[in-house]
Write a protein that binds this ligand. Structure first.
Ligand SMILES: O=C(O)C1=C[C@@H](OP(=O)(O)O)[C@@H](O)[C@H](O)C1
Ligand SMILES: C=C(OP(=O)(O)O)C(=O)O
Length: 427
């Protein structure tokens, strides 16, 4: 592997005092991209308030606009006007799983040829199950038999729908994708999962909860089965919550600096998987509490290891792994084989990069194990993965001389992460 050019290396700042701050974070990627898709398929115009504006959500908005949806910026909000989905379109998925998986079912409802492609690594991320399911539900998909990007959905203006069995063990997004558009299929959709356990179940619950808010009837009473009744998707305005998964590095900063970080507007009730951070950080030794201002994490000067199954909250693994590498006792992160198919093979990447800084880390097929070891500075590669960059920033807040490669990759889900982080760490 060639060494990254010095200009791509971001010296991660170290605080010279405990960080004591109250901050507001950008909106949730998962909520924003679901709200956009549902608004586009709804029976009237609606507003997505305080959306996340980052690469993943901009790609989603742009793709919907190219398929015929009205997307208008109004100050902080996005005004969405459903339009006839007509005309040929080209969708750039970037590295956004939500764009690559949520939009093919929408494209099936259009009357154009909708072509999908994305970043080089996106061609390796799994989507074949969605394409096979769509074919079974009556949609023409041309993928050259690859089951991967690039592919074209040839819309006929309607989708018969019905019952389909898929293996969603690689990603919960396969199921969310079929449910989000399913009410607009002639017979709705009845999705059954057959395979190893579906990861990230809270994300499917988020999909179901949002569909119900839009007046859609969903039956999720049986295990591994979700049925969406055919019918209109009511237009509903959404106010997007802060992204709780992206809160991970900021709460971690309270732990590494022995300070206290409060996130404003942390919802008391939420469908976001990132809410699990409260419990995880408490187990690792932080004091975590709701205050009048939001959710506060306070570092106690001790950071303990943790033995935890992250199958439901795999996207938290990079930040939690960074904390495990800094902890004073062993850790075991389990149940996350599927994150090898995230933005990069996250288990291999975390083992290589944390190990490169001195961490005593063992890569398992479905997780990582850590034993306490002194860390040192060095280059932390990010593999175009925003959450690898967060992990590098966390370690760099506790260890001198950590340089994070391509910090700009954080733009996937966070506008100007480096500027925001630096202003917080070294005000
Ligand atoms: O539906 C969603 O918004 C997401 C589902 C999860 O995907 P996987 O099930 O592929 O882990 C999660 O990791 C991803 O960041 C966002
Ligand atoms: C897995 C992730 O993203 P995506 O939506 O691209 O799958 C993530 O953000 O951690």
């Amino acid at each position: 592997m060639t060494a990254p050019a010095d200009t791509d290396l971001w010296p991660a700042p170290r605080p010279n005092a405990p960080v004591e701050r109250t901050i507001s974070l950008p909106g949730s990627k998962s909520l924003t991209n679901r709200a956009l898709v549902l608004a586009a398929l709804a029976d009237g115009p609606s507003v997505v308030r305080r959306p996340l504006r980052s690469r993943d959500t901009t790609l989603m908005a742009r793709a919907l606009a190219s398929m015929g949806v009205g997307v208008e910026d109004s100050g902080d909000d996005w005004r969405i006007t459903p339009g006839p989905l007509d005309g040929d379109a080209q969708v750039d998925c970037g590295l956004a799983g939500t764009v690559m998986r949520f939009l093919p079912p929408v494209a099936g409802l259009s009357t154009g040829r909708v072509s999908f492609d994305g970043d080089p690594h996106m061609r390796n991320r799994p989507v074949g199950e969605v394409l096979v399911a769509l074919t079974a539900l009556g949609v023409q998909v041309d993928d050259g038999g690859r089951g991967a990007l690039p592919f074209t959905v040839v819309g006929r203006g309607s989708v018969p729908g019905g019952t389909v069995v898929i293996d969603a063990s690689a990603s919960s997004q396969f199921i969310s994708a079929l449910l989000l558009a399913g009410a607009r299929f002639e017979h709705g959709v009845d999705v059954r999962h057959d395979g190893k356990p579906v990861p990230s179940l809270p994300h499917i619950d988020m999909t179901v909860a949002m569909l119900r808010r839009h007046g859609v009837e969903v039956d999720d009473s049986g295990a591994n089965r979700w049925a969406v009744a055919p019918g209109p998707i009511a237009a509903v305005d959404h106010v997007i919550e802060p992204d709780l998964s992206n809160a991970a590095p900021f709460l971690a900063l309270a732990a590494t600096s022995g300070g206290s970080v409060t996130i404003r507007d942390w919802p008391r009730e939420t469908t976001q998987a990132g809410d699990a951070l409260r419990e995880i950080l408490a187990q690792m030794g932080c004091e975590v509490a709701f205050t009048d201002e939001g959710l506060r994490a306070r570092g106690t000067g001790r950071l303990h290891g943790i033995d935890v199954d992250l199958h439901d909250v795999g996207e938290l693994t990079p930040a939690v792994a960074a904390l495990c590498a800094l902890a004073d006792s062993p850790s075991h992160l389990r149940g996350v084989a599927h994150i090898r198919a995230h933005e990069t093979d996250r288990l291999a990447a975390l083992a290589a990069e944390l190990g490169g800084l001195g961490a005593d880390v063992t890569e398992h097929p479905d997780g990582l194990a850590f034993r306490p070891a002194p860390l040192h500075g060095g280059v932390f590669r990010t593999y175009a993965d925003h959450r690898m960059a967060h992990a590098g920033a966390i370690v760099g807040s506790a260890v001198d001389g950590v340089k994070v490669e391509d910090i700009a990759t954080t733009s996937k889900t966070f506008p100007d992460f480096a500027g925001f982080w630096s202003a917080l760490v070294v005000p």
